[in-house]
Design a binder for this molecule. Structure first.
Ligand code: NAD
Ligand code: TYD
Length: 338
């Protein structure tokens, strides 16, 4: 099988390419990635001499490039996106372009080239947020996005589903909760906290740190995508969740304990994110019952393993915290420091 992976130089896409090339000897992967600040070819350096892997630097909004690549593959696994909520607060235009128009560009190419199999990676954030005691989101939950990021992902999901009904494109969608693990860009909570602690810097906690995310190790997410791609029912959506419900404060606390730091020295409370979603949780009964998927890695195990990865891969993340990232970091946190 030949796959077109979009956004494969990003966090989950890179982990997915490792998963596929390690598991299936006869699979080929073409990775199209624009190499935005979040894209990093170093994450896939081990495949650079393998003829099963090809990298194309390109934009998923570029119809000509996308058309050509889609014509060469059996299926598309679509990760490429602007993915960081805080950046969508600062500026939302790129989110609409890549996440909605880019997805549409891929869908048009998939229809044009014999209705290619299309798997779309989405987020539980499209459903909005939950109160502490509310039941988890399911595949039937109403869309209620509250950030420019989640609104653009909701737009993409609707477009993908519309192409199933309108053009009979063989699509599937997964809506997954927060991922963590290797190759995670150090702007998101877990890698930011780990690398800041390692550098002797403060870890900014938004508001009171009582918000809740449902964390899933990225390898468990990749296994779910693999299953849905091969065995999922066409036209269906699958929720993918982690069974973990810590507050942001307790995640940071766990990382401080693993790294042996002093909480008093490390934690810095800063102003809250505007429109901050309070809680995410997704019910994964459907994928469990239909495809026998469930998370394998516990949060404590996964966090320890992730800390070790960042300790052993300083050469991967240190350069990422310089340059344009530093500029973003200062802009984002300057407005938040109280
Ligand atoms: P990421 O930001 O780490 O990676 C995104 C990748 O897409 C980068 O390599 C970037 O260069 C590339 N890209 C951006 N715009 C592009 C364009 N126009 N053309 C081609 N490439 C482009 O994101 P991630 O965390 O790996 O997320 C991957 C997907 O999974 C996204 O669709 C995201 O919405 C979804 N998702 C993420 C999470 C999470 O916790 N990270 C959870 C659920 C769903
Ligand atoms: P993040 O990793 O950005 O993912 P998302 O917003 O998609 O859930 O943030 C996870 C949670 O951590 C979210 O509630 C915001 C919070 N947070 C902080 O408290 N401090 C930080 O520096 C960051 C980046 C996030």
């Amino acid at each position: 099988m030949k796959l077109l992976v979009t956004g494969g130089a990003g966090f989950i896409g890179a982990n997915f390419i490792h998963h596929i090339l390690e598991k299936y000897d006869d699979y080929h992967v073409i990775n199209i990635d624009k190499l935005t600040y979040a894209g990093n070819q170093q994450s896939l350096a081990r495949w650079s001499d393998d003829d099963r892997y090809r990298f194309v630097e390109g934009d998923i909004c570029d119809q000509e490039v996308v058309d050509d690549l889609v014509s060469q593959v059996d299926a598309i696994v679509h990760f490429a996106a602007e993915s960081h909520v805080d950046r969508s607060v600062l500026s939302a235009r790129e989110f609409a372009m890549t996440n909605v128009v880019g997805t549409l560009t891929l869908l048009d190419a998939a229809v044009k080239h014999d209705k290619k199999r299309f798997h779309h990676i989405s987020t539980d954030e499209v459903f909005g947020h939950l109160a502490l005691d509310a039941p988890a989101f399911t595949e039937e939950s109403q869309y209620h996005p509250r950030s420019p990021y989640s609104a653009s992902k909701a737009g993409a999901d609707h477009m993908v589903r519309a192409y199933f009904y309108t053009h009979e494109l063989p699509i599937t969608i997964t809506n997954c909760t927060n991922n963590y693990g290797p190759y995670h860009f150090p702007e998101k909570l877990i890698p930011l906290a780990i690398t800041n602690i390692m550098e002797g810097k403060k870890v900014p906690i938004y508001g009171k740190g009582n918000q809740i995310r449902d964390w899933l190790h990225v390898t468990d997410h990749c296994k779910a995508i693999d299953l849905v791609l091969h065995e999922g029912e066409i036209g269906e959506t699958y929720g993918v969740g982690g069974d973990n419900q810590p507050t942001n404060f307790s995640i940071v606390e766990k990382l401080i304990a693993i790294l042996g730091a002093d909480p008093e020295e490390v934690i810095e409370y800063v102003a809250d994110r505007p429109g901050h979603d309070f809680r995410y949780d997704i019910d994964y009964t459907k994928i469990k019952q239909e495809l026998s998927w469930e998370p394998e890695m516990t949060l404590d195990e996964g966090l320890k393993e992730t800390v070790t990865w960042y300790q052993e891969n300083k050469a991967w993340w240190k350069p990422l915290k310089e340059g344009s990232y530093k500029e973003y970091y200062e802009k984002n946190y300057k407005s938040k420091t109280v």
